[in-house]
Design a protein around this ligand. Structure first.
Ligand SMILES: *Cc1c(COP(=O)(O)O)cnc(C)c1O
Length: 367
């Protein structure tokens, strides 16, 4: 008997290239799009190690945990790194980036995370991209958490290296990822003596063996199941319409924000201004004296399938994350999370108004 996951026809070069083209259309890019055979950390690290070296002066924007990681990789490559860290409850501004260039005109590389699922903020990439272009620096963007939840337009924004993954708002697999690469970025890699070669981290290997050869022969066995899942998830987005998918995420974020504020009990949005809040996930600040991870554990008792988690690492005590992305970008998931948090707070003796939360969330969803 054939097994649906195991006994598949081989995924050939033509199909692989067609999936790359489909992802390129989703990003509205005419640049090379490479589907990397690993989770998004693979192209995120490969793109930094490919372009950065001892001659690189980098501006590394930190609005969450991934920015920290990028700074570590850049330093490991020997780059001079200027960190621009902003509090996790807000977004970085184009003016802050402009000021960093004024202070360090030699900056030639900028790394930025678009939206942060881990902290719930989103950064104004279009405005920042304009500043980066003015200074001619290479622009690296982690759009893993934004793609599918809000527009990601690497060509329009002048992003040289744009990394995406399908596991968040795209509702797809985590085991493959993609990066769009500008001609400038390829040239930088080709000129970089420390760029990985003959290595799993090497984007240049794929350029030479796959792209430059006209995408006729795959250099390695592809992650077949994950490639099929990626194709299916982009097809599903095309069918629903990318604008509709993004609107669902924006509504879920607005509804969660409004509902949490109306719930009372001391719960409040973690990201202070609504325009800095990411459509992909909403972070909430636990009331004073309440431990976020304990509250989330209580809230999940009745329904462990709700997309609720406590913040990671040092944020576990104060941050609650409502991961309303992908299949959870629905009114049901938002109402479920608010009701569960309300019940958990009530158990702790807090005065909450679940009905007001429900109404506020519903109004905000349709606003
Ligand atoms: C989720 C995410 C990634 C991918 O990392 P995981 O550890 O697999 O979740 C990368 N960057 C950002 C900004 C993310 O939100």
């Amino acid at each position: 008997m054939t097994h649906p996951f195991l006994d598949l026809a081989p995924l050939d070069a033509g199909r692989f290239a067609a999936i790359e083209d489909r992802v390129a259309r989703l990003l509205g890019t005419t640049r090379d799009v490479l589907i990397t055979q690993g989770e998004a950390l693979l192209p995120l690290e490969g793109a930094i190690r490919g372009t950065a070296g001892p001659d690189t002066v980098a501006l590394n924007v930190i609005t969450g945990p991934y920015g920290q990681t990028f700074g570590d990789w850049l330093r490991d490559c020997g780059a001079t790194v200027h960190d621009l860290a902003v509090p996790f409850h807000e977004a970085v501004t184009a003016d802050q980036v402009r000021a960093a260039f004024a202070e360090h005109p030699e900056i030639g590389f900028v790394s930025l995370v678009h939206a942060e699922a881990a902290t719930g903020n989103t950064n104004p990439v279009a405005e920042i991209g304009a500043v980066v272009r003015e200074h001619g620096a290479l622009f690296y963007l982690d759009a893993v958490a934004s793609v599918g939840a809000e527009p990601v337009l690497p060509d329009t924004w002048g992003v040289d290296l744009c990394v995406i993954g399908a596991q968040k708002a795209m509702g797809g697999p985590a085991g493959v990822s993609a990066v769009s690469v500008s001609e400038r970025a390829w040239a930088r890699m080709a000129a970089n003596p420390t760029a990985p070669r003959r290595s799993y981290l090497s984007l240049l290997d794929w350029k030479e063996r796959w792209i430059d050869g006209g995408r006729k022969a795959l250099p390695h066995a592809p992650a077949q199941l994950e490639m099929l899942a990626l194709d299916a998830c982009v097809e599903r987005i095309e069918t629903e319409g990318p604008a509709t998918v993004m609107a669902r995420h924006a509504s879920a974020a607005a509804a969660t924000r409004a509902g949490a504020s109306a719930l009372g009990g001391g719960l409040e949005p973690y990201v202070r201004r609504a325009r800095d809040a990411a459509p992909v996930a909403t972070t909430l600040r636990a009331p004073d004296g309440v431990d976020a991870s304990e509250l989330v554990a209580r809230a999940l008792v009745a329904d462990p399938a709700l997309p609720l988690v406590a913040g990671g690492g040092a944020l576990a005590g104060e941050m609650i994350r409502v991961n309303h992305y992908g299949p959870h970008a629905t009114p049901g998931a938002v109402h479920g999370c608010l009701a569960a948090l309300g019940a958990a707070l009530a158990e702790k003796g807090a005065a909450t108004d679940p009905e007001a939360a429900r109404r506020a969330a519903e109004d905000a969803w349709h606003a």
